[in-house]
Write a protein that binds this ligand. Structure first.
Ligand SMILES: C[S@@+](CC[C@H](N)C(=O)[O-])C[C@H]1O[C@@H](n2cnc3c(N)ncnc32)[C@H](O)[C@@H]1O
Length: 312
């Protein structure tokens, strides 16, 4: 799609977002003034993802903007609850499965909202940039696994950067996520769509034929009751010199978050006790001008992403 068409898709999409959530205008405008490439990437994303959301009942750009607005609303309500109670509202993985992952009407707009946030939120865009940096140092013909591909954006990027001989496999507990990821691949990389198998399963029950060289697991650790058990099972799935890309967050209430990290050091300690070392990491406080300790004290979101290796 020519640049000017992608740009007009962005304009229409943003006006729908601002009509639903006026407070987004100031934030997004400031973000794009500082990071114009994020706006361009939103244009590319909207043009390639168009057939995907159009095949769903979400419909056109306005529907996508509404899905995003709904996700923001849900996050805001979860945050209010969290500030009052100090805990996440989803008590167990089983509840998250019943109310979110296995609930099409809830999961579809949630995943689509999360998809566009990759290009609308400075913090999510930074995570995506870190992911690209981690992918750039991998052997493009290795064995890859993504756990919890969700909307499919990270998977789609990975598929575009690996060679046709690479093995890529995906495990996700939600049939809605699997359908979205498959559709995104089919729209952008039909060859990859044909060769990538998807397993609808909890990662806790997933068994692989052979170890993987690179495992990607973005925003899953906070969705499980025992992040330590999940990291240990990924260690078994990873080859001796393989790398694990993982992201999670501190104080980040959402409709399906179960495990609360109170501090980045808790995440680092968990990584170390599961037998990994940190090769690279980014820590992204949601309020750029405030310190990490301020975030911890006031229970504000901190995003965390790391590239891990097995400890020798
Ligand atoms: C918040 S989305 C993350 C999407 C994407 N990876 C990202 O970083 O933006 C979480 C995804 O993990 C999946 N998921 C949650 N718990 C899981 C589990 N125990 N095993 C496998 N997939 C899981 C959900 O269905 C969803 O697709």
């Amino acid at each position: 799609m020519p640049d000017n068409m992608a740009s007009s898709l962005v304009d229409s999409f943003l006006s729908s977002v601002y009509a639903s959530v006026p407070s987004q205008q100031k934030k997004v405008t400031a973000f794009y003034a500082a990071t114009p490439e994020a706006r361009e990437e939103l244009g590319v994303f909207l043009s390639i993802y168009q057939p995907v959301w159009q095949q769903t009942e979400i419909g056109g750009l306005e529907g996508l903007a509404k899905a995003y607005a709904r996700m923001l609303d849900e996050v805001m309500l979860c945050r209010k609850d969290f500030m009052r109670s100090g805990t996440y509202s989803m008590a167990s993985q089983a509840d998250a499965f019943e109310h979110v992952y296995n609930n099409h009407d809830q999961m579809l707009p949630y995943m689509l909202g999360l998809a566009v946030s990759q290009y609308l939120w400075q913090s999510h865009y930074q995570i995506l940039s870190f992911f690209k940096r981690c992918v750039s140092v991998q052997n493009p013909s290795g064995r890859f696994l993504e756990v919890g591909s969700g909307h499919g954006i990270f998977l789609n990027y990975l598929a575009g950067k690996t060679s046709p001989g690479a093995v890529i496999e995906v495990v996700d507990i939600s049939s809605v996520s699997i359908a979205l990821s498959k559709n995104l691949l089919a729209a952008t990389n039909p060859d990859a769509a044909k060769r990538i198998p998807f397993f609808e399963s909890d990662i806790a029950h997933y068994k692989a034929q052979k170890p993987y060289d690179f495992i990607v697991m973005g925003e899953v650790l906070e969705h499980v009751e025992s992040p330590s058990a999940v990291l240990q099972s990924l260690k078994v799935l990873l080859s001796e010199n393989g790398s694990l890309y993982v992201t999670t967050c501190v104080n980040c209430p959402a409709i399906d978050h179960v495990y609360l990290f109170n501090h980045v050091d808790e995440i680092r300690a968990l990584i170390s006790s599961a037998g990994f070392t940190i090769a690279d990491e980014v820590v992204i406080p949601s309020e750029e001008s405030k310190s990490l300790e301020y975030h911890v004290k006031h229970k504000l979101d901190i995003l965390y992403a790391a590239l891990l290796k097995k400890a020798k």
